[in-house]
Structures are given as structure tokens and as C-alpha cells.
Design a protein around this ligand. Structure first.
Ligand code: IDC
Length: 360
């Protein structure tokens, strides 16, 4: 008994030390584990909220908040929920000629009273049509108003009298690198790289190589925004595009422009055929007058266009937000209000757009 006592004491002490060690270990491990898991949770939370901010910081209740990041799937434009989505909007006139309509109240009026979700900023690119680098500031202003209002916004490199996009390619590259740098994380922005090639500019020979170069320059900076590409004959040759589309690109759509009193079944047929082939078509400019932007409105052809676009979910943007004395202007020439227009301030085309197209 006497001999075994120290052994028992040693054994009990060992057990006590072991048990204490176990609990001390636990109590040391537990906070460490808790801290680690809290840190992980915090990091995840921070990452999530940062993601949420860069992913969708548009104000609640706005189009961009509801639809967020846009993607192209086959011929279809989709929103952040993977749902088919149609942009419906208004193009400015040339920014150098009608800068007064690029203001937050104008965009708010069009969003809230007319129901649009998109504004197109038409920046003519020929110096004779008012282009100089200083006009980039007007584009940035427009993008800011649109973004603040949760609207989508198309940055339009509006070639027209400079009919071949390669004519001002270096300026275009510089411009879109600047824009992509500013807006690569902005969910509102779409880039339109050549409004309407025309004259002898050909899709395969001139426009496609231009588009490849521009798209690659933009993609180096902004890897996923929607890019809109025009075609020859004032963006009517969607059939040529369908024969020889761009390859290895994503989130790219092809524009078709129509003026209902001039462009009828034959152009609608080309649009349908292209869509059937899986070519994503985007109407980034249209009017219901003739192609000059003036003359009588053709409501019946306009109705046929609307049926086609709505049945196929094709986006459309009407020309133009100004009070110029021409029938494609959405405002009457008499009124000089730059926002908050009454119904009577709208031209016949303006009234058709708000009452018919936007309600269709
Ligand atoms: C027109 C404007 C007109 C301007 C003219 C020349 O409505 O006020 O004088 O441009 O710059 C397009 C073009 C678009 C044209 C429009 C109507 O993209 O710039 O605007 N149109 O002609 N393609 C087909 C028609």
C-alpha cells in the first residue's frame, strides 16, 4: 500500500495534467478556430458586398437594378437573371448640335414618363459634324446621368459622312480604350463601335476587320460589356453579316437601322433570316419617317416593325431627342424645354413612340 501510493499520486497527477491540458488546448484552440471562422465569414461578407457594389449598385426600382449585367446567348439578349430582355430607348441627336438634351432631368423624364430603359449617346465622329476630343466630355456626362438613374447607355461612335470606319480607326481605338477604362465595371454601358458604314465600305473587307480590332482593344480592358457592330449600307446588310459573322467573340450584337417609310418587308425579312440563323440583332437606331429623318410618317409599316421586334424580343432605340424641325425629332420645334415635356410637347413621332411603341 505504502509503496503504491506514490505511483497512484503520479498516475492521478498525470491524468490531471492530461485532462487540464485537454481543456487548456481546447480553450486555446476554440478562440483560434472561432477567430478563423469569423475572419472567413467576414472576408466572404466583404467580398460579397464589394461584388454586389461592382455588380449592381444601381438605385432600387431602376431598370439596371432589376436587370443588371447583360449577356448575349445565341440571338438573344439576356439580363442578370438569365431572362430574355429587350432594351427600349431613345437616341440623342448629334451631341455637338443638341448638347442641351443631355441632362439628368431629360433622362429622368424619359425613364419615368415614357418608360424607356436605355439612352444612346450619338457622338458624330467626323470633324465636319462637330467631332473633336472635347466632345468626349459630353459622353461622360451622359453616361453619368444614365448610370445615376439606373438606365442602360449606348456609347455610339457615330460614323456617317466618314463612311468607312477605318477612316478614323486610330481615333476610335483611342476613344474606346478611354471609355472601356472608365466603364469596365459599369453595368449600364454598351459600346457601339460604328453607327452606319456606307459608301464603298464592305462588311467582309472593311468592317469585319475593323470590328475585330476594336473588339479586341475593348476586351483587353472590359471583358464582357455588350458591343454593337454596324454593317454596310447604313447598317442594313445583316445578311452579309449572317454569311460571315465574327468568330471567337462574346456579348457582341449586330445593329440594323430602319426608317419605316423607306425600309420595309425586304429589310424585315433579312432581320428574321438573321435571327433564325442565331445572329443577335439590335436596332440601335430607327425612325418611322423616311431615311432622311424627315418626310411623312408611315404608321402602318411602323406597326409591322414593332410586331416583328416584339415577337422576337429585339431591342430598339428611336432617333432622335431634339426639337429640330424634322419629323424624326421627338419634340415639337416650337418648344425649347429640355426636360419635363408634356404630351403636347411631343412631335407626331414622339407621340407614336410614347403611346404606341413604348406601350406595345
Ligand atoms: C440625321 C439627322 C439630321 C442631320 C443628318 C446629318 O436627323 O438632322 O442633319 O443626320 O448628320 C441615319 C443616321 C443619322 C441621321 C438619320 C436621319 O444615323 O445620323 O440623322 N439617319 O437621316 N441613318 C439613317 C437615317
Amino acid at each position: 500500500m505504502k509503496k503504491s501510493l506514490p505511483i497512484i499520486i503520479i498516475a492521478l497527477t498525470a491524468v490531471a495534467i492530461f485532462v487540464a491540458g485537454f481543456f487548456i488546448g481546447k480553450s486555446q484552440n476554440n478562440p483560434a478556430e472561432t477567430t478563423a471562422s469569423t475572419e472567413t465569414a467576414k472576408t466572404a461578407e466583404t467580398a460579397k458586398s464589394a461584388e454586389a457594389t461592382s455588380e449592381n449598385s444601381a438605385p432600387d426600382g431602376t431598370p439596371v437594378k432589376a436587370h443588371g449585367k447583360l449577356t448575349v446567348d445565341g440571338a438573344t439578349l439576356k439580363d442578370q437573371n438569365g431572362e430574355k430582355f429587350q432594351l427600349r430607348g431613345v437616341s440623342t441627336h448629334g451631341l455637338a448640335w443638341f448638347p442641351q438634351y443631355v441632362n439628368a432631368d431629360a433622362f429622368r423624364t424619359m425613364r419615368d414618363s415614357w418608360g424607356i430603359n436605355t439612352v444612346r449617346l450619338a457622338m458624330y465622329t467626323d470633324p465636319s459634324a462637330g467631332y473633336s476630343e472635347s466632345i468626349h466630355e459630353k459622353v461622360k456626362e451622359g453616361v453619368k446621368y444614365a448610370t445615376d438613374l439606373g438606365l442602360y447607355v449606348i456609347i455610339d461612335w457615330h460614323i456617317l459622312s466618314d463612311y468607312n470606319p477605318n477612316m478614323h480607326k486610330s481615333e476610335a481605338l483611342k476613344f474606346f480604350r478611354e471609355m472601356a477604362g472608365l466603364y469596365k465595371d459599369n453595368l449600364s454601358v454598351l459600346y457601339e463601335i460604328c453607327n452606319e458604314p456606307n459608301g464603298d465600305a464592305e462588311w467582309s473587307r472593311d468592317i469585319k476587320p475593323y470590328a475585330e480590332e476594336l473588339i479586341s482593344a475593348i476586351r483587353t480592358i472590359d471583358d464582357d460589356a455588350i458591343i454593337l457592330v454596324g454593317s454596310s449600307t447604313w447598317s442594313q446588310d445583316i445578311d452579309k453579316v449572317a454569311e460571315n459573322p465574327l468568330s471567337g467573340v462574346s456579348n457582341v450584337m449586330y445593329t440594323v437601322h430602319f426608317y419605316a417609310a423607306t425600309h420595309k418587308d425586304w429589310l424585315r425579312n433579312k432581320v428574321s433570316a438573321a435571327l433564325d440563323k442565331g445572329i443577335p440583332v439590335f436596332i440601335s437606331e430607327f425612325g418611322i419617317s423616311d431615311a432622311s429623318g424627315n418626310g411623312a410618317l408611315d404608321y402602318s409599316e411602323a406597326g409591322q416593325w414593332l410586331s416583328l421586334l416584339n415577337s422576337r424580343g429585339v431591342s430598339f432605340v428611336i432617333w432622335n431627342l431634339s426639337n429640330k424641325n424634322e419629323s424624326s425629332a421627338l419634340l415639337t420645334p416650337e418648344n425649347s424645354k429640355t426636360s419635363g415635356w408634356a404630351h403636347s410637347d411631343l412631335s407626331p413621332q414622339g407621340q407614336w413612340f410614347v403611346d404606341t411603341a413604348m406601350k406595345s
